[in-house]
Design a binder for this molecule. Structure first.
Ligand SMILES: [Zn+2]
Length: 345
């Protein structure tokens, strides 16, 4: 019987039995090779829904990943809220150029008709195209900025860090509005057909400059609010050496947490317990970009043996990553089950 990848993925996210541990990416999947094969390249694929969908679909149809993951940047909400965005190149992701609230939260509010702003309609349209093309068989994972990332784009990271110490009322105001924006956008993505959201939101946490008390007092309540108000599954992706924050982050209500290879699967599982599923953590630069398929497979199999719930790269796939290395992720998972079958016999 052919596995319904969508169902298998949702079972994994909800901690139910799976046919096989899903092998996919919850972070960006656009590579040069896939761009060349589909004719859907960055930067066009950030603003054209057909190209956005075509490149995302290639991650599944050509690279074999068991999900479709889009878009390819973390600037959609920042742009919708008034930040100027540079769209980047075939290898460089879009980036935020201006920070309209670097002096404080005065005048900040959820825009009227948020869903019509900037490139939000593009991502919603791409969701519809992908839903129609996958027919509910393959999970659609929509990436989006989390409230902390939106805050750091609106105000600039330096101001965020200063206010976290000196002006907690500013932080609360920003986080409240940014969380509201994230909830409205996330639910729209789910309404249009996304099966889960992945929110990479760890820039400040991973910087090591944010005191743990800020995470507990000023971030956690808003993550909880976000999770409570979502109509579907949500994944938190968090970069860097964040082992010390994982317990707190796992108490917010995310269905799963995606981690980089800097945190070991075993240590992360011990911190998270059964509060959330764990996703990761093949090294995207060390192994996927510069290694061989054999390196990828060895690391992937170790993740599976350590008990990861969903096998995935530890962060966004680099654009120059070889196709054979992307394909090795699913191949490794299949080989691991074959080898395990032999071990059991
Ligand atoms: Zn990351």
């Amino acid at each position: 019987m052919e596995t319904n990848l969508r169902k298998n993925f949702l079972n994994a996210l909800h901690g139910k039995p799976v046919e096989r541990v899903p092998a996919l990416s919850v972070t960006q999947t656009g590579t040069w090779k896939l761009m060349d094969m589909t004719g859907a390249s960055w930067p066009d694929a950030h603003s054209d829904p057909e190209k956005m969908a075509a490149l995302a679909l290639a991650g599944h149809e050509i690279a074999g990943l068991e999900a479709v993951r889009y878009p390819y940047c973390l600037t959609v909400l920042a742009e919708a809220l008034g930040c100027e965005v540079r769209m980047g190149t075939k290898s460089i992701q879009p980036s935020v150029l201006s920070h309209p609230f670097s002096k404080g939260p005065e005048g900040l509010k959820v825009p009227e008709a948020l869903l019509e702003k900037g490139r939000i309609p593009v991502v919603l349209k791409a969701t519809e195209i992908l839903k129609a093309r996958t027919g509910g068989e393959v999970p659609l994972i929509a990436g989006m900025e989390g409230p902390l990332t939106v805050f750091s784009h609106l105000a600039e990271i330096k101001s965020c860090l200063i206010w976290m110490i000196k002006k907690p009322d500013y932080v609360a105001q920003f986080m409240e509005t940014c969380t509201e924006v994230c909830i409205e956008y996330a639910n729209a993505l789910l309404d249009h057909g996304a099966d889960a959201l992945c929110m990479p939101d760890g820039g400040i946490v991973a910087s090591g400059m944010m005191p743990p008390s800020v995470l507990e007092d000023s971030v956690k309540p808003f993550y909880k609010e976000f999770c409570k108000n979502l109509k579907g599954p949500k994944i938190l992706h968090i970069c860097g050496e964040v082992g010390g924050s994982l317990k707190t982050l796992s108490e917010c209500g995310f269905d799963a947490i995606s981690i980089e290879e800097k945190v070991s699967i075993k240590a992360a599982k011990a911190s998270i317990g059964d509060r959330a599923r764990l996703i990761g953590n093949i090294s995207p630069s060390g192994t996927l970009l510069f290694g061989t398929p054999e390196h990828v497979k060895a690391e992937a199999k170790q993740c599976l043996s350590d008990g990861v719930d969903i096998l995935a790269p530890g962060c966004g796939i680099a654009p120059m990553t070889p196709l054979a290395n992307m394909r090795a992720i699913v191949e490794a998972r299949d080989e691991w089950y074959e080898e395990k079958g032999k071990r059991v016999v």
